[in-house]
Design a protein. Structure first.
Length: 563
């Protein structure tokens, strides 16, 4: 059998097996019985040790579970499971048989989650070690009680759980980038969604709660095998029929958009292999880390996706992804991203971080444990710097990307468009301070406000100040008027806006009673005497300038249309 055939059958080499439904059901039941959940693990470890574990620091958790392992049967069972998978501490067969009596150590080994410690007697009660990481994951329900989930996610052991450099086809678990994309994604009901570069499947788990069908792609057969295992292990919570997985999920092997050529999706999410890695002449794919290296020089993996993604979007379809971009010396960070975005596609880039070539090299060499060999680390570090220097790169940006194909018929995601096929959003901004999470709902609301502005006459609108907005005034002691007036948001992107005196006056009058045009007219009469230009006052310029500023406040959520 070829590797692809084995993958489709649920039995890919060096990956958990998903073709043994009885064992999957037994595993899920056992994990549930010992309370191997986020809350269960947090309760076992205590707040400090649990927080340390989330920073990949395992010593406090090791200490906390040493005493728990000798406690009551339920506590000891959970401690054994935590030590096996989260802390990569070998356990005896007898300990695991007692902790997980439905599947037992033999069943875990058959699934590919466990193996004997080298040198141990495989037929005796020797030590068994984790062959893969298996950890709880979940999210809270909505206010109406819907949408929450408690899952278990399998992936390869992380760098802090094993010795040596990661394997090049390493399947990444739940990391900061993947959770960032989860929090960033605008959740709306869609018919067809695409998880591009699925990895262990985390984005697909979330998509299944608001998409009728999800297509998950990856260049790695092992990644797709882990995703298939995770889907079937959590089939009940994800509302999947294990015997008819294809009814809701399609797993496709291939690079980037190749597996979905000719198809269209309402939503695409992707945490692509965006890491900028030095390329060498004659380099083979086997020498790359497939979970992070796209195989293209510089930031071309992200630029190619930004250009190509609109071709697989249905009308009004959106794409959200994470990415890196190079910033040449002397250039503004947004110059390259702006050159990628088509004028026929709505685009919103938010740069969240910018680092130097040195910081970038250190981050990704440590990520794959390549710093453990001193000579290799030196050579690889030098290669990063030489690669960036060859393109005159002074910095590397990281951030969030939102794209939308405008609706062909002039109907954009809940409101009318400016015209058939018209793109109305082009935003490139840097936000490096902490923002509210999840930020996806706030990004979706911002898009709706932009659509509203494109479809309505602002002068005729009645506006209200958003509930989370506060005003600050600063003035020197004894001054008659404030020198600085600020509007601040307490939620979402938590923006701060510097106000002119006239704009502050406008905002203070936004109680929904008067229209925008009426408030501007009153301010013009108060500040300028008339709209005809008396005393050098240009009423038309005043009105146009204030309208622009008011539009920006609506777009950013400081002011909202009164319904």
């Amino acid at each position: 059998m070829t590797d692809s055939t084995l993958f489709l059958a649920g039995n890919t080499p060096d990956a958990p097996r998903s073709d043994l439904p009885g064992l999957l059901s037994a595993l899920a039941a056992d994990l549930r019985a010992v309370d191997y959940t986020l809350d269960g693990v947090a309760g076992l470890l205590g707040e400090s040790a649990y927080n340390a574990l989330n920073r990949d620091q395992i010593i406090p958790a090791l200490l906390a579970t040493e005493s728990a392992a000798h406690g009551g049967s339920s506590t000891a069972a959970l401690a054994a499971v935590v030590r096996l998978w989260l802390l990569a501490e070998p356990q005896t067969r007898a300990t695991l048989d007692a902790a997980l009596p439905g599947i037992r150590a033999e069943g875990l080994a058959e699934l590919g989650l466990l193996e004997p410690v080298p040198g141990a007697d495989p037929s005796g009660d020797g030590l068994m070690q984790a062959k893969a990481d298996l950890r709880p994951y979940g999210w809270d329900a909505n206010e109406d009680g819907s949408g929450g989930a408690e899952l278990w996610v399998a992936s390869d052991l992380a760098a802090h759980q094993q010795a040596g450099v990661l394997r090049h086809d390493h399947v990444l678990g739940i990391g900061q980038a993947s959770t960032t994309l989860v929090q960033t994604t605008v959740r709306r009901h869609v018919a067809k969604a695409l998880d591009l570069g699925t990895g262990c499947g985390i984005q697909s788990f979330h998509l299944l709660h608001h998409a009728e069908h999800v297509t998950a792609t990856d260049i790695s057969e092992r990644a797709l095998a882990f995703t298939r295992f995770n889907l079937l292990l959590n089939a009940e919570v994800l509302h999947l029929d294990p015997e008819h997985l294809e009814d809701r999920v399609s797993l496709r092997l291939g690079s980037l958009l190749d597996p979905v050529t000719g198809e269209e999706f309402d939503l695409v999410v992707s945490n692509p292999p965006f890491v900028i890695t030095p390329r060498t002449l004659g380099e083979e794919a086997a020498g790359q880390f497939t979970y992070r290296d796209g195989g293209l020089p510089g930031d071309e993996i992200v630029s190619s996706l930004v250009r190509a993604l609109p071709t697989v979007l249905a009308p009004a379809g959106t794409a959200q992804l994470l990415g890196n971009w190079e910033i040449p010396a002397g250039a503004a960070w947004a110059e390259r991203p702006q050159s990628w975005a088509s004028p026929d596609t709505d685009a919103w880039f938010i740069q969240r971080e910018q680092v130097s070539p040195e910081q970038y090299a250190e981050t990704w060499l440590q990520d794959a444990s390549e710093s453990r060999d001193r000579q290799h680390y030196r050579d690889a570090y030098a290669a990063y710097l030489a690669d960036f220097a060859s393109r005159n790169v002074a910095g590397i940006g990281f951030g969030m990307i939102w794209l939308r194909r405008p609706a062909a018929g002039g109907n954009l995601a809940g409101s009318a468009a400016a015209g058939p096929g018209a793109a109305t959003i082009s935003r490139f901004e840097e936000i490096t301070y902490p923002i509210e999470q999840p930020v996806g709902p706030h990004l979706g609301a911002a898009v709706e406000r932009s659509d509203w502005l494109a479809a309505h006459s602002l002068e005729n609108a009645h506006l209200l100040v958003a509930d989370d907005v506060t005003e600050e005034r600063h003035q020197r002691p004894g001054a008659e008027h404030p020198g600085v007036i600020l509007l601040r948001q307490g939620a979402g992107l938590r923006r701060t806006n510097l106000l002119s005196t006239e704009l502050a006056g406008f905002v203070s009058a936004c109680d929904g009673d008067l229209s925008v045009g009426q408030i501007i007219g009153a301010l013009a009469a108060l500040l300028g005497g008339s709209l005809a230009g008396e005393d050098g006052f240009d009423g038309d310029a005043f009105r146009a300038g204030l309208l622009t500023e008011v539009g920006n406040l609506v777009r950013d959520g400081f002011l909202l249309p009164a319904e």
